[in-house]
Design a protein around this ligand. Structure first.
Ligand SMILES: Nc1ncnc2c1ncn2[C@@H]1O[C@H](COP(=O)(O)OP(=O)(O)OP(=O)(O)O)[C@@H](O)[C@H]1O
Ligand SMILES: [Mg+2]
Length: 260
């Protein structure tokens, strides 16, 4: 039975998509069966792993209760090679996702549609990740309801810690639970080693509240992440020997162990 994990933060640009792309790849290399669903709206996950000519996308399943969700699943393409262990449900670019959101508003059980579809395929995967955007759309609500745990990337920069607080409050409201009942991991991403004051500030704020939820692995700021994104590749494929290639490999090991 898959661990279903939403990658979210109410703050934009904190490496949610970078985490989705790289963590899912590293886990698949470890032999885990991974499904990655793209709710982002910028469709970067989709453009990294797909050729762009896929017939179906996540909206087809969300709009139609009877639609066979397996038809929306495609093997990820990495460097031209279809991956056995990494599968994608593609999103579409912004306008299509906005329209999808609006079309879903009038549907019955509009917030449980992803959960219900995923229940039919959960046994086929070890991990299902949902990459989301910072908003609270109907799509976002579907992700919160479907997820049984959360990865919250933070840069420690301005508003990113507030983004964690807002996101946790949002999950409490949507799932009708207290923060103590939410299973989540805070992942520090894009930290600059030289920014000692920023790190000390972030550390002091997060450690007092969420000491046990912060991942040990730190994803430091490295230009290689931007370069790999441009090349539409996971970092460890783009430049296996780069120090940055080890970060998500280490986090994949840590995250996989956390679930045991
Ligand atoms: N560790 C890192 N070091 C340097 N740059 C990074 C790192 N992680 C991500 N980036 C870059 O930061 C930018 C934002 O990252 P990303 O798109 O993953 O954020 P996001 O949270 O998904 O944003 P959005 O809220 O818009 O969906 C990207 O250009 C990405 O390449
Ligand atoms: Mg994103």
């Amino acid at each position: 039975m898959a661990r279903t994990v939403m990658i979210g933060n109410r703050k934009g640009g904190v490496a949610k998509t970078t985490t989705a792309v790289n963590l899912s790849y590293e886990l698949s290399l470890k032999g885990k069966k991974v499904l990655l669903i793209d709710f982002d709206g910028q469709a970067n996950t989709t453009s990294t792993y797909m050729l762009g000519d896929e017939e179906f996308y996540i909206g087809d399943a969300l709009l139609d209760r009877k639609f066979d969700i397996t038809k929306t699943i495609y093997p990820a393409i990495v460097d031209g090679i279809p991956q056995e262990n990494l599968h994608i449900i593609p999103g579409r670019s912004g306008d299509v996702m906005t329209k999808l959101d609006m079309d879903m508003i009038s549907l019955p059980r509009r917030e449980e549609r992803l959960l219900n579809h995923l229940n039919t395929i959960k046994d086929s995967y070890d991990y299902i990740f949902i990459d989301t955007n910072p908003g609270t759309s109907v799509l976002g609500l579907n992700a919160v309801i479907a997820a049984d745990e959360f990865i919250i990337p933070t840069s420690y920069r301005e508003k990113s810690i507030e983004g964690i607080e807002m996101f946790l409050t949002h999950i409490e409201e949507v799932k009708f639970i207290d923060e103590s009942e939410i299973k989540f991991t805070i992942l520090r991403c894009g930290l600059r080693r030289a920014a000692k004051r920023e790190i000390a500030y972030g550390q002091s704020r997060t450690n007092t509240i969420w000491a046990n939820q912060i991942a040990n692995t730190i994803i430091w700021d490295k230009i290689i992440f931007f370069d790999a994104e441009l090349a539409k590749l996971p970092v460890s494929k783009f430049s296996p020997k780069n120090e940055g290639a080890a970060y998500y490999r280490d986090f994949a090991r840590e995250f996989d162990r956390n679930g045991k």
